[in-house]
Design a protein around this ligand. Structure first.
Ligand SMILES: Cc1cc2nc3c(=O)[nH]c(=O)nc-3n(C[C@H](O)[C@H](O)[C@H](O)COP(=O)(O)OP(=O)(O)OC[C@H]3O[C@@H](n4cnc5c(N)ncnc54)[C@H](O)[C@@H]3O)c2cc1C
Length: 423
């Protein structure tokens, strides 16, 4: 096997990350996986099919997943299955700046929650510090800073060493929070400026990534996709700085599973970003998603082939969101994202989380199922964040920065109140 170059990333002590095609690792993985799936005649592919519900059978015992309801061409239809595996990815669309694709609307967490599965650690959402500040927020990989690029502010000041001894290669959460703090120091609240306008103005600002010292040849060779990406948006990053913002990137929390992907509902499994296996704790190290996607997915497939096994029992607090689901104010995805960015993003406070909870409780999602899923996930995340005082990993309370409250950090799990039960 050809020896491949490994690179480091923020928070990592060793260079351990493999790459394909320079900076096209994800595309390489997806291409290989797609080809393997298409080759397998036992796999039936349904394009543009939206899973709207997990079907349950509770005759003679606890509920068991027996299939899904799928919307295809807007018509719902059931698909029976002896095992249902949620592999729906993350929920970056909870926030207005996200590296995630448009499909990352928390569907798996919402589906599992409604099916009665335990969810855990929802307050832990990782923000990537360097998304390009253009629509869609494409990611500028940490590897660029690993190779020597630096963050600077609008005055050209290299600010990261002011916040952490590891400077630009501090862990992701530290760099993202430092950017938010640094930007917050610039006053936008002037007399006569409405608080919501000040918040919008604060959200609209950015810092810059300076990769000019790396040189055009190196950048083109080492980061061909990023060189093309920045050029597509009108930037020559070998000659000038590019604007970057922290963007929602990875949800450490999710549907709680055991090490074989089993959720607390019999027959329902979860793998990939939607799952909360616990391996990332409160903060994921860069490039560790493969652990979820490859290791746990393989274990899950083996477990299902061997009969599925018995659903694990997890301790969980029963949570009644019914009152919150009685909101009447129609909400757009953009409004939801603004509430989350202002009060449940990088820097949180108890009072801000209260504001967010009240605002979210007043909303009604309308007919778009993805916005309904986002609203449910937002309510769950805000509840979990308000439930955890102090700061821990990606959950940072600027009014309670003390992390000593959580050593070791207890995991928090929730389950919905069973249908028909009294609160
Ligand atoms: C820009 C970017 C760069 C990243 N770089 C790295 C990296 O270098 N290393 C690393 O380890 N991780 C990285 N990550 C994280 C990693 O890519 C993700 O965690 C991982 O791809 C998630 O895989 P998944 O299979 O769980 O979900 P996804 O790959 O998001 O797939 C989910 C699938 O489920 C489908 N789906 C969702 N909801 C429904 C529904 N209701 N009905 C039907 N289908 C549905 C979606 O359409 C999609 O096809 C990166 C993430 C991003 C956004």
């Amino acid at each position: 096997m050809r020896r491949r170059r490994r690179s480091a990333a923020g928070g990592a002590l060793a260079a351990r990350i493999l790459h394909l095609g320079g900076d096209a690792t994800g595309a390489g993985l997806i291409d290989a996986l797609t080809a393997a799936v298409r080759r397998d005649p036992a796999i039936r592919i349904l394009e543009d099919a939206f899973v709207a519900r997990v079907l349950l059978d509770d005759v003679g015992g606890p509920p068991r997943a027996v299939g899904v309801e799928v919307l295809q061409d807007a018509a719902p239809r059931p698909i029976a299955a002896s095992a249902v595996v949620l592999a729906t990815g993350g929920a970056g669309q909870l926030y207005e700046h996200t590296t995630n694709p448009a499909i990352a609307t928390g569907d798996g967490v919402a589906l599992a929650w409604r099916a009665g599965a335990v969810v855990s650690d929802l307050e832990f959402f990782q923000f990537h510090p360097t998304a390009l500040d253009v629509p869609g927020n494409p990611l500028i990989s940490e590897a660029v800073r690993g190779e020597g690029a630096r963050l600077v502010d609008a005055h050209g000041h290299r600010f990261m060493p002011d916040y952490h001894p590891d400077g630009d290669l501090a862990p992701r959460d530290v760099v993202s929070r430092s950017i938010a703090r640094h930007l917050a120091q610039d006053p936008v609240a002037a007399p006569g400026v409405r608080p919501e306008d000040a918040a919008a103005s604060r959200r609209a600002r950015c810092v810059y990534l300076d990769a000019t010292a790396l040189g055009a040849d190196f950048l083109a060779r080492r980061f061909p996709s990023l060189t093309a990406l920045t050029a597509r948006h009108g930037y020559d990053w070998s000659a000038a700085v590019v604007p970057v913002v922290p963007a929602a990137h990875y949800w450490m929390g999710g549907v709680r599973t055991d090490v074989d992907g089993r959720t607390s509902v019999q027959g329902l499994f979860a793998v990939g970003e939607v799952a909360r296996t616990g391996v990332h704790g409160a903060n994921r190290l860069a490039s560790n998603s493969l652990l979820e996607a490859v290791v746990f997915a393989t274990r899950c497939a083996a477990a299902i082939s061997a009969g599925g096994g018995t659903a694990p029992v997890f301790d969980a607090e029963v949570l009644d969101l019914d009152a919150e689901e009685a909101g009447t104010q129609p909400v757009t995805r953009r409004e939801l994202q603004a509430v989350m960015a202002d009060h449940a993003g990088l820097l949180r406070t108890g009072s801000g989380l209260d504001v967010a909870a009240k605002q979210l409780a007043s909303y009604r999602a309308g007919t778009d199922p993805e916005t309904a899923n986002l609203l449910l996930c937002a309510r769950l995340l805000v509840h979990a964040a308000a439930d955890r005082p102090g700061s821990c990993g990606a959950h940072y309370r600027s009014d309670q920065p003390d992390s000593a409250l959580h050593r070791p950090a207890p995991s928090r799990s929730y389950i919905r109140i069973p249908e028909g039960a009294q609160p």
